[in-house]
Design a protein around this ligand. Structure first.
Ligand code: ATP
Length: 240
Protein backbone atom coordinates (compact mmCIF):
# COMPACT_ATOMS: atom_id res chain seq x y z
CA UNK A 1 0.00 0.00 0.00
CA UNK A 2 1.23 3.48 -0.88
CA UNK A 3 0.35 6.05 1.76
CA UNK A 4 0.96 9.77 1.35
CA UNK A 5 0.21 11.93 4.38
CA UNK A 6 0.21 15.69 4.71
CA UNK A 7 2.72 16.02 1.87
CA UNK A 8 4.19 19.47 1.34
CA UNK A 9 6.62 20.30 -1.47
CA UNK A 10 8.43 23.54 -2.18
CA UNK A 11 10.41 24.50 -5.28
CA UNK A 12 13.46 26.73 -4.98
CA UNK A 13 12.46 27.61 -1.44
CA UNK A 14 9.54 29.74 -2.65
CA UNK A 15 6.99 28.25 -5.03
CA UNK A 16 4.52 25.93 -3.36
CA UNK A 17 4.16 22.65 -5.24
CA UNK A 18 2.00 20.77 -2.74
CA UNK A 19 0.34 22.11 0.41
CA UNK A 20 -0.66 19.05 2.43
CA UNK A 21 -1.78 16.12 0.29
CA UNK A 22 -3.21 12.85 1.64
CA UNK A 23 -3.58 9.92 -0.72
CA UNK A 24 -3.78 6.14 -0.37
CA UNK A 25 -3.28 3.55 -3.09
CA UNK A 26 -4.06 -0.04 -2.16
CA UNK A 27 -2.12 -2.85 -3.82
CA UNK A 28 -3.68 -3.76 -7.15
CA UNK A 29 -5.74 -0.60 -7.46
CA UNK A 30 -5.85 1.83 -10.36
CA UNK A 31 -5.95 5.29 -8.81
CA UNK A 32 -6.15 8.46 -10.85
CA UNK A 33 -5.07 11.99 -9.94
CA UNK A 34 -6.87 14.73 -11.84
CA UNK A 35 -6.43 18.47 -11.85
CA UNK A 36 -5.79 21.43 -14.11
CA UNK A 37 -2.39 22.80 -15.16
CA UNK A 38 -0.16 23.58 -12.20
CA UNK A 39 -2.38 21.80 -9.66
CA UNK A 40 0.55 19.69 -8.46
CA UNK A 41 -0.01 16.33 -10.19
CA UNK A 42 3.48 15.97 -11.62
CA UNK A 43 4.98 17.21 -8.35
CA UNK A 44 3.19 14.40 -6.51
CA UNK A 45 4.68 11.77 -8.83
CA UNK A 46 8.15 13.32 -8.54
CA UNK A 47 7.88 13.20 -4.76
CA UNK A 48 6.79 9.54 -4.79
CA UNK A 49 9.74 8.60 -7.08
CA UNK A 50 12.01 10.83 -4.97
CA UNK A 51 13.36 12.77 -7.95
CA UNK A 52 12.26 16.24 -6.79
CA UNK A 53 15.85 17.37 -6.26
CA UNK A 54 16.43 17.17 -10.02
CA UNK A 55 13.79 19.91 -10.33
CA UNK A 56 15.02 22.03 -7.46
CA UNK A 57 12.15 20.80 -5.30
CA UNK A 58 12.11 19.48 -1.76
CA UNK A 59 9.63 17.78 0.58
CA UNK A 60 9.06 20.23 3.42
CA UNK A 61 6.48 18.24 5.35
CA UNK A 62 4.53 15.00 5.56
CA UNK A 63 5.42 11.45 4.64
CA UNK A 64 5.30 8.89 1.83
CA UNK A 65 5.42 5.20 2.76
CA UNK A 66 5.35 2.15 0.52
CA UNK A 67 6.31 -1.47 0.99
CA UNK A 68 7.98 -0.78 4.33
CA UNK A 69 10.05 2.08 2.88
CA UNK A 70 10.00 5.74 3.81
CA UNK A 71 10.17 7.05 0.24
CA UNK A 72 11.15 10.57 1.27
CA UNK A 73 14.41 9.12 2.62
CA UNK A 74 14.98 6.36 0.08
CA UNK A 75 17.22 6.95 -2.92
CA UNK A 76 15.45 7.01 -6.28
CA UNK A 77 17.47 4.09 -7.67
CA UNK A 78 16.55 1.94 -4.68
CA UNK A 79 12.86 2.80 -5.12
CA UNK A 80 13.12 1.72 -8.77
CA UNK A 81 14.94 -1.46 -7.71
CA UNK A 82 12.04 -2.32 -5.40
CA UNK A 83 9.58 -2.03 -8.28
CA UNK A 84 8.04 1.42 -8.11
CA UNK A 85 8.54 2.78 -11.63
CA UNK A 86 7.54 6.07 -13.24
CA UNK A 87 7.09 6.06 -17.00
CA UNK A 88 9.03 8.93 -18.52
CA UNK A 89 7.03 12.13 -18.64
CA UNK A 90 5.24 12.71 -21.92
CA UNK A 91 7.43 11.18 -24.58
CA UNK A 92 10.66 11.09 -22.63
CA UNK A 93 12.13 8.28 -24.63
CA UNK A 94 15.56 8.30 -26.29
CA UNK A 95 14.89 9.41 -29.85
CA UNK A 96 18.32 8.48 -31.17
CA UNK A 97 18.18 4.96 -29.77
CA UNK A 98 16.21 2.21 -31.45
CA UNK A 99 12.95 0.93 -30.04
CA UNK A 100 14.72 -2.19 -28.78
CA UNK A 101 17.52 -0.17 -27.16
CA UNK A 102 14.93 1.95 -25.36
CA UNK A 103 13.29 -1.19 -24.02
CA UNK A 104 16.64 -2.56 -22.87
CA UNK A 105 17.32 0.63 -20.91
CA UNK A 106 14.07 0.02 -19.02
CA UNK A 107 15.07 -3.54 -18.15
CA UNK A 108 18.69 -2.94 -17.26
CA UNK A 109 18.27 -4.10 -13.66
CA UNK A 110 16.87 -7.48 -14.74
CA UNK A 111 18.67 -10.62 -15.82
CA UNK A 112 18.96 -11.36 -19.55
CA UNK A 113 16.36 -14.11 -19.31
CA UNK A 114 13.92 -11.82 -17.49
CA UNK A 115 14.52 -9.11 -20.07
CA UNK A 116 13.61 -11.48 -22.87
CA UNK A 117 10.40 -12.62 -21.13
CA UNK A 118 9.47 -9.06 -20.29
CA UNK A 119 10.19 -7.79 -23.80
CA UNK A 120 7.97 -10.52 -25.28
CA UNK A 121 5.23 -9.43 -22.90
CA UNK A 122 5.63 -5.75 -23.81
CA UNK A 123 5.53 -6.54 -27.53
CA UNK A 124 2.40 -8.58 -27.02
CA UNK A 125 0.79 -5.56 -25.31
CA UNK A 126 2.06 -3.21 -28.04
CA UNK A 127 2.06 -5.22 -31.28
CA UNK A 128 2.69 -1.97 -33.16
CA UNK A 129 6.21 -1.85 -31.75
CA UNK A 130 7.23 -5.39 -32.62
CA UNK A 131 7.82 -4.66 -36.31
CA UNK A 132 9.80 -1.54 -35.42
CA UNK A 133 12.42 -2.79 -32.98
CA UNK A 134 15.30 -1.52 -35.10
CA UNK A 135 13.78 1.86 -35.95
CA UNK A 136 14.91 5.00 -34.20
CA UNK A 137 12.39 5.83 -31.50
CA UNK A 138 12.37 9.46 -32.63
CA UNK A 139 10.74 8.41 -35.91
CA UNK A 140 7.71 6.81 -34.25
CA UNK A 141 4.31 8.51 -34.21
CA UNK A 142 3.22 10.30 -31.01
CA UNK A 143 1.02 7.38 -30.00
CA UNK A 144 3.77 4.84 -30.63
CA UNK A 145 6.24 6.92 -28.61
CA UNK A 146 3.79 6.98 -25.72
CA UNK A 147 3.38 3.21 -25.98
CA UNK A 148 7.17 2.86 -25.98
CA UNK A 149 7.46 5.06 -22.88
CA UNK A 150 4.99 2.80 -21.07
CA UNK A 151 6.64 -0.32 -22.50
CA UNK A 152 10.03 0.84 -21.28
CA UNK A 153 8.67 1.25 -17.74
CA UNK A 154 7.08 -2.21 -17.96
CA UNK A 155 10.46 -3.75 -18.81
CA UNK A 156 11.31 -3.35 -15.12
CA UNK A 157 8.28 -5.51 -14.26
CA UNK A 158 6.91 -2.90 -11.84
CA UNK A 159 4.77 -3.57 -8.80
CA UNK A 160 3.58 0.02 -9.00
CA UNK A 161 3.51 2.00 -12.24
CA UNK A 162 3.27 5.81 -12.19
CA UNK A 163 1.98 7.35 -15.41
CA UNK A 164 2.08 11.08 -16.10
CA UNK A 165 -0.58 12.14 -18.62
CA UNK A 166 -0.16 9.31 -21.10
CA UNK A 167 -3.01 10.72 -23.23
CA UNK A 168 -1.40 14.14 -23.71
CA UNK A 169 -1.48 15.30 -27.32
CA UNK A 170 -2.87 12.05 -28.71
CA UNK A 171 -5.81 11.64 -31.09
CA UNK A 172 -8.99 10.27 -29.45
CA UNK A 173 -8.65 6.85 -31.08
CA UNK A 174 -5.09 6.52 -29.76
CA UNK A 175 -6.21 7.70 -26.31
CA UNK A 176 -8.62 4.74 -26.31
CA UNK A 177 -5.76 2.38 -27.17
CA UNK A 178 -3.61 3.78 -24.36
CA UNK A 179 -6.55 3.45 -21.94
CA UNK A 180 -7.05 -0.20 -22.96
CA UNK A 181 -3.40 -0.96 -22.32
CA UNK A 182 -3.38 0.78 -18.94
CA UNK A 183 -6.49 -1.16 -17.93
CA UNK A 184 -4.89 -4.42 -19.01
CA UNK A 185 -1.64 -3.72 -17.15
CA UNK A 186 -3.70 -3.11 -14.01
CA UNK A 187 -5.79 -6.23 -14.54
CA UNK A 188 -2.59 -8.25 -14.77
CA UNK A 189 -1.84 -7.19 -11.19
CA UNK A 190 0.22 -4.00 -11.43
CA UNK A 191 -0.87 -1.15 -9.18
CA UNK A 192 -1.28 2.00 -11.30
CA UNK A 193 -1.23 5.68 -10.36
CA UNK A 194 -2.48 7.58 -13.38
CA UNK A 195 -2.12 11.36 -13.58
CA UNK A 196 -4.46 12.81 -16.18
CA UNK A 197 -6.10 15.94 -17.45
CA UNK A 198 -8.40 13.76 -19.52
CA UNK A 199 -10.95 13.19 -16.76
CA UNK A 200 -13.41 11.10 -18.71
CA UNK A 201 -10.73 8.63 -19.77
CA UNK A 202 -9.25 8.39 -16.29
CA UNK A 203 -12.51 8.15 -14.36
CA UNK A 204 -13.85 5.47 -16.67
CA UNK A 205 -11.28 3.06 -15.31
CA UNK A 206 -10.22 4.30 -11.88
CA UNK A 207 -11.03 2.40 -8.71
CA UNK A 208 -10.46 5.61 -6.84
CA UNK A 209 -9.80 9.20 -7.88
CA UNK A 210 -8.34 12.38 -6.41
CA UNK A 211 -8.76 15.89 -7.74
CA UNK A 212 -5.91 18.29 -6.98
CA UNK A 213 -6.37 22.04 -6.95
CA UNK A 214 -3.63 24.47 -5.98
CA UNK A 215 -1.54 21.80 -4.30
CA UNK A 216 -4.41 20.39 -2.25
CA UNK A 217 -6.91 17.56 -2.67
CA UNK A 218 -10.24 19.23 -3.39
CA UNK A 219 -12.29 16.07 -4.02
CA UNK A 220 -11.80 12.35 -3.78
CA UNK A 221 -13.88 9.23 -4.08
CA UNK A 222 -14.46 6.05 -6.09
CA UNK A 223 -14.00 6.69 -9.85
CA UNK A 224 -17.63 6.15 -10.91
CA UNK A 225 -18.88 8.28 -8.00
CA UNK A 226 -16.65 11.19 -9.01
CA UNK A 227 -17.63 10.85 -12.64
CA UNK A 228 -21.23 11.42 -11.61
CA UNK A 229 -20.52 14.30 -9.24
CA UNK A 230 -21.84 17.68 -10.35
CA UNK A 231 -18.58 19.45 -9.62
CA UNK A 232 -16.43 17.10 -11.69
CA UNK A 233 -18.91 17.14 -14.55
CA UNK A 234 -18.93 20.91 -14.58
CA UNK A 235 -15.19 21.45 -14.15
CA UNK A 236 -13.60 18.55 -15.96
CA UNK A 237 -16.12 16.88 -18.21
CA UNK A 238 -17.50 20.04 -19.80
CA UNK A 239 -21.07 19.21 -18.83
CA UNK A 240 -23.76 21.08 -16.92
P1 ATP B 1 0.74 20.20 -15.49
O1 ATP B 1 -0.46 19.48 -15.92
O2 ATP B 1 0.89 21.53 -16.13
O3 ATP B 1 2.00 19.38 -15.53
P2 ATP B 1 0.63 19.73 -12.67
O4 ATP B 1 -0.68 19.54 -12.00
O5 ATP B 1 1.43 18.52 -12.95
O6 ATP B 1 0.46 20.59 -13.96
P3 ATP B 1 2.97 20.67 -11.29
O7 ATP B 1 3.81 20.63 -12.52
O8 ATP B 1 3.16 19.63 -10.27
O9 ATP B 1 1.45 20.71 -11.70
O10 ATP B 1 3.15 22.11 -10.63
C1 ATP B 1 2.67 22.46 -9.33
C2 ATP B 1 3.20 23.83 -8.96
O11 ATP B 1 4.62 23.77 -8.78
C3 ATP B 1 2.95 24.89 -10.02
O12 ATP B 1 2.66 26.10 -9.37
C4 ATP B 1 4.26 24.97 -10.75
O13 ATP B 1 4.46 26.25 -11.30
C5 ATP B 1 5.27 24.67 -9.67
N1 ATP B 1 6.47 24.01 -10.22
C6 ATP B 1 6.52 22.82 -10.85
N2 ATP B 1 7.79 22.50 -11.21
C7 ATP B 1 8.56 23.53 -10.79
C8 ATP B 1 9.97 23.81 -10.82
N3 ATP B 1 10.84 22.95 -11.39
N4 ATP B 1 10.40 24.97 -10.29
C9 ATP B 1 9.54 25.85 -9.72
N5 ATP B 1 8.21 25.64 -9.62
C10 ATP B 1 7.72 24.51 -10.15
Amino acid sequence: MLVVKGLEVTYGGVAEGLRGVDLTVEDGQLVTVLGSNGAGKTTLLRAISNVLNAFNGVVTGGSIDWDGLNLVRTRADRIVGRGLIQAPEGRGIFGRLTVEENLRVGGFLRSRADQKTQQDHVLELFPDLSGRLREHAGLLSGGQQQMLAIGRALMANPKVLLLDEPSLGLAPKIVDDVADVVRRINQEGTTVVLVEQNASMALSMADYAYVLENGRVSLHGPGPELRDSDEVRRLYLGQG
